[in-house]
Ligand binder design. Sequence first.
Ligand code: KIV
Ligand code: ZN
Length: 521
Amino acid sequence: MISHPDRVLIFDTTLRDGEQSPGCSMTQPEKLRVARALAELGVDVIEAGFPAASRGDFDSVTAVAREAQGPIVCALARCHDEDIELAARALAPAQRRRLHVFLATSAIHRQYKLNMAQEEILRLAAAGVARARELCEDVEFSPEDASRTELEFLAQVVEVAIAAGATTVNIPDTVGFTVPDEFAELFRYLRKNVRGIEGVRLSVHCHDDLGMAVANSLTAVVAGARQIECTINGIGERAGNCSLEEVVMALKTRAAFFNVTTGVNSSRLYPTSRLVSSITGMPIPRNKAVVGENAFAHEAGIHQHGMLKHHSTYEILRPEDVGLSRSHLVLGKHSGRHAFRERVQALGFELDEAEFNRVFEEFKALADRKKELFDGDIEALVLRAEGSAAGPWQLIELATETRSGGVARASVQLRHTDGRRVERSASGDGPVDAAFKAIEAATGITVALRKFEVQAVSEGEDAQGEARVYVEYNRRSYRGASVSTNIVESGTRAFLEVINRIEQAQAGTRPRESQAAATSA
Ligand code: KIV
Ligand code: ZN
């Protein structure tokens, strides 16, 4: 008898656990862009944030709840009435909503973090789930650090959560400690020993500290999990979470083995991955599975020979399956709107008319400076189109002077939205350093530079350089990025983006930066 594949729900937590990666915090408009992309990708659940963490988180959850069409919108809460009520309020505008309550259960967390006995944990878990159920039909419960919890006690906690009304039980490998065989055993143990477990959806949530988040999530599916919690590009606390694109493509490519399906439209994976990378400033490693630049590159002669005979010799996924339609089509200043629109669409971007017009104008301006424009240039134009941290400062003019062996000088002219125009010069160790110092002098904000990197986004001698700047200011991390054919200019603009993020944070117009609110119970 042929068994029909079961559906595995894809629960995306890029906006919650992903945003907890150092330096990955997002503004509300950025979160909305990601939420739209996730809905288009076809995820089942979007975990939009942790409303009790900050006012910014609360507002972002509400904004996503208002906007998201299709996916369930979920908010995280500790097993405290105030957290749960706040999360329920933040979710109020959602068409479909879920409350996700969590409480740590392992001996380590009980002793060092919570200072609570097992009985107290059981009582709090039951009370938290029951309160959440009063406010929402769809309630998920997570015993944090489940994989390091004594099995018998874990089974008791899960049982009380189910009895109190949990509809999904999520098993987190919070510190990425487990290994596939052991984790599958844990799921089998719970399925055998917990009363009522057959009536709830089992979920898995893995971190990647030992590089096994995807493998552990897949093994949980084999052992009965029917929801996977994951993030785009695997971003998240420390080494990150299970990567959505990898786990989805593993289930799809090895469908005959897993016998399950997801609702994800895999051709949206690559554009979504690029969008999240661009917004969070977290680059995608070249050799990253599924969406890395080298994922479909064949270097060795013997491989190239095989590929020419038949792609299946060395490729188990096709670039088109994940939405990567790279071409060597080159656009230039004579390319018209039609050709540009076709290329933008082939790269997986949907722009409304106003956005398209703005990007097309920028394309024309760039084509005047750069002979040939490649896919990487077009991606950079589109992804930067919304200028995530636009203002209050704007760069009006930049001039640099540099001589080999001597100090460099830079002058900047900036305009503030409050009407100020400021001009400052500074010298430094190279033109970029001088420009950063001139901006600090002009804005009165002095930061500790942690990292500055430049990467070509396309091919050719006149390739555009994407500059990324990472700084610390008042014990918080900030980042900025910019693209230009002139790397001193892209570095300067990236630095100014950092200053703008700091000013916005100070003015309270941005949610917290990377010092993510602790999710400890
Ligand atoms: O890693 C973890 O345990 C979590 C829970 C809050 C689900 O993120
Ligand atoms: Zn987590």
